[in-house]
Design a protein around this ligand. Sequence first.
Ligand code: UTP
Length: 289
Amino acid sequence: MKIKKAVIPAAGLGTRVLPASKAMPKEMLPIVDKPAIQYIVEEAVKSGIEDILIITSRGKTTVEDHFDRSPELEARLLASNKTEQYEEIVKISNMANIQYVRQKETKGLGHAVLCAKSFVGDEPFAVLYGDDVIIGDNPVCKQLCDAYEKFGKGVVGIKEVPEELVMKYCSLDTKPISDNMYAVSDMIEKPKKEQIISNFAILGRCVLPASIFEILEHTKPGAGGELQLTDAMRELAVKEGMIGVDFDGTRYDMGNKLGILQAIVEVGLKHPEVADGFREYLKKISAQL
Ligand code: UTP
């Protein structure tokens, strides 16, 4: 079954990137000249997604404004013959059919996904975490959708990460199937050192069957008192098995200060407008490090 719907949870408080995220959503933090969430919407569109639901919350209206038309700005750009910029600005608002729903209380990623229940209906759908930008030639969401279509099971995007990160994310029980594909039979959110099953963790993307909503509805709050998506996916993995795709692509965690800096440096070094000057600048300052 072709995956046509995607959910982007972007309602979190972003406490790890305060004070930047006090009045501005962390999902709107720019990587050079584009907000993080635009990279994510572009990835979904390139993956064949037609309908997107962004989960927002209080203080996140700039996300909606970003994907809306901007008549005053457009008129000004046209009047000053800045046609290229005009087209780029209009393109953002025509990228996909985007809808919004508010998560009224930030009760966790699982709770945010549950807010998408009526949007999703009974189709499988992709989830792209609003603060995880993944850059690569082959969009990661597409890699996961292809795996769902092939195996007919829930799919998670996975990578091996160092132990200290496994303890912050989650740990998966995996068995290799082929190349970069694994059977996932169990997982644990934020494991203690002795609970670690493997260094494979879920990073920012999954494709889920609609049956996840029923599971989320009876899942109890877990780590941090929040309704954890991983706890619901664990039930799915134990019951039906899931597929892990060790994806191609570089992931930047925009919910963490170092991740933001890494994204800006790496994207800046490839940016057609600033790459040359930025490379020279980096060479100069790195000589003093
Ligand atoms: P995170 O756990 O990274 O976001 O969730 P957070 O809660 O904002 O982080 P900190 O710890 O306070 O810094 C991953 C994604 O899920 C969304 C976030 O916006 C982020 O894009 N999320 C998280 C929600 O939509 N609702 C929630 O209740 C929690």
